[in-house]
Design a protein around this ligand. Structure first.
Ligand code: PBG
Length: 332
């Protein structure tokens, strides 16, 4: 026998010498859901261990995860029904829940990178990521709204903005809008290849943001803007456009079922690639582990490692805190 691959696997020390990929807490970004009020902490039923928190408790959690080595948070707010309409105007209210959250986090933990979500769905009375006109989400007027939203986030202290809406041309518009407002150093992490996926179910439960029945004609799903999951080449096209338009980082979403796309995008672009390990992926692991069908921690670390191996520079994951804790507890 000429080759014995097992020689490099004989024990953990040997394996550690030849390991090609490693994970550290700064690989993770923690998505957080914010609610109005004080001392509010409500668990999301389809996402055990993930909570809506009011700003005061959010700040506490941010400080805790910073201690664990996490360096980025992705912020989503649960807007009250009373502020939802078909313009999204609450999204650029300088005193809105998002803007107050960003200011509070940056004040308490200035070195935490804060990336607010830029999309209209939490503020849309129809549960869409944009303004509805003539039975569909209208692209260009939605972009106008997104620019106001992003500038308002930048004013509140956001380090980067994270457009998750999939409107065409919005990265260029956001870059120009931020620059004109003097925010040259506020970056853009674009959700470039975001697929129309059923894996977002628990997230939409959390924000009550699924497309809904309406008094006017409204698309029943997000397939006219989010990508068809049968497509691969289209993901590269979208990512390259966003880089041309000035994206500092691009994202592929969801994660585990889309790692072929992650690798292709990684090979095609010269900016860091973020992968969103989404709510449905989190829920599946939690549910199987609760039943004793899978080993929670082993599956969590395996999935995160595989996402990194596929080409992720940053992983947005609801496991961020638990995975950082796991790494700390298992340091040798
Ligand atoms: C909406 C948005 C979604 C997610 C992030 N931003 C849901 C959607 O597109 O309907 C999903 C995140 C997750 O499932 O964890 N702009």
């Amino acid at each position: 026998m000429l080759h014995r691959g097992r020689r490099l696997r004989v024990n953990e020390s040997m394996r550690s010498l030849v390991r090609e990929t490693t994970l550290s807490p700064s690989d993770f970004m923690f998505p957080m859901f914010i609610a109005e009020g004080e001392n509010v902490k409500i668990e999301i039923p389809s996402m055990p261990g993930i909570f809506h928190r009011s700003i005061d408790l959010t700040v506490q959690e941010v400080k805790d995860i910073f201690e664990l080595g996490i360096r980025a948070v992705n912020i989503y707010v649960k807007a009250d029904e009373s502020v939802k309409d078909n313009t999204g105007k609450e999204a650029w209210n300088d005193q809105g829940l998002m803007q107050r959250t960003i200011r509070a986090i940056k004040e308490a933990c200035p070195d935490m990178i804060v990336m607010p979500d830029v999309a209209l769905d939490p503020y849309s009375m129809y549960g869409h990521d944009g303004i509805i006109k003539n039975g569909d989400v209208a692209n260009d007027v939605t972009n106008d709204a997104l620019v106001k939203m992003a500038v308002s986030h930048a004013k509140a202290g956001a380090d980067m903005v994270a457009p998750s809406d999939m409107m065409d041309g919005r990265v260029l518009r956001l870059r120009q809008g931020l620059d004109e407002a003097g925010f040259h150093n506020v970056g853009i992490m674009s959700y470039s290849a975001k697929y129309a996926s059923a894996f977002y179910g628990p997230f939409r439960d959390a924000l009550d943001s699924a497309p809904r029945e309406a008094d006017i004609e409204v698309p029943k799903d997000k397939k006219t803007y989010q990508m068809d999951y049968a497509n691969r080449i289209e993901a590269i096209k979208e990512a390259l456009w966003d880089v041309e338009e000035g994206a500092d980082m691009v994202m592929v979403k969801p994660g585990i079922a889309y790692l072929d796309i992650v690798r292709e995008v990684k090979n095609a672009v010269n900016v860091p690639v973020t992968v969103f390990h989404v709510s449905g992926e989190y829920a599946m692991i939690k549910a199987a582990a609760e039943r004793g069908w899978l080993d929670h921690d082993q599956i969590m670390m395996e999935q995160l490692m595989c996402i990194k191996r596929a080409g992720a520079s940053l992983i947005s994951t609801y496991f961020a805190r638990e995975a950082a804790q796991f790494l700390k507890d298992n340091q040798k």
